[in-house]
Unconditional design. Structure first.
Length: 124
C-alpha cells in the first residue's frame, strides 16, 4: 500500500506541475498581449474581469476544487470563441478563468503566484 501511495503522489505531483507550467505559459503570453492594447481597452477588460470575479466569488462558495477547474475550463473555451469578435470580453473571460483555476491549484507555488497577481494587482 505504501508503494502505491507513493506512486499516486508522484503522478499527482507531476500532473499538477504540468498544469502549472501550462498556466504559466498562458499567463505570460496573454498578459503580454493584453498590456499591449490601448489603455481604454485595458481598463474595460479589468472592469469586466472584476465584475465576473465578484460573481464567481458569490457563486463558488459551494464548489469543489474540481468544480472550480471545470468552470475555469468552460470560461477559457468561451474566451477563445469570443476573442476574435470581442477582445475585451475575451480577455476578461480569460483573466477570470486564469484567476479561478490558479486559485483552485494554489497549492502549487507557480499557480499561487499567478492567482495572487490576478487577485491583488487588479483590484478596485
Amino acid at each position: 500500500m505504501g508503494l502505491w501511495n507513493s506512486f499516486v503522489g508522484a503522478v499527482t505531483s507531476a500532473n499538477e506541475s504540468a498544469h502549472a507550467d501550462r498556466l504559466e505559459k498562458e499567463f505570460d503570453d496573454s498578459t503580454n498581449k493584453l498590456f499591449a492594447l490601448d489603455r481604454t481597452m485595458i481598463y474595460e477588460v479589468i472592469r469586466l474581469f472584476l465584475d465576473k470575479k465578484q460573481d464567481i466569488l458569490t457563486e463558488s462558495k459551494n464548489w469543489s476544487q474540481d468544480g472550480k477547474i471545470s468552470v475555469a475550463n468552460v470560461l477559457r473555451t468561451k474566451a477563445r470563441q469570443t476573442f476574435d469578435l470581442n477582445m475585451v470580453e475575451g480577455y476578461a473571460l480569460w483573466m477570470t478563468s486564469a484567476w479561478l483555476e490558479n486559485g483552485a491549484r494554489s497549492s502549487n507555488p507557480k499557480c499561487y503566484r499567478m492567482w495572487k497577481d490576478l487577485d491583488e494587482t487588479v483590484s478596485p
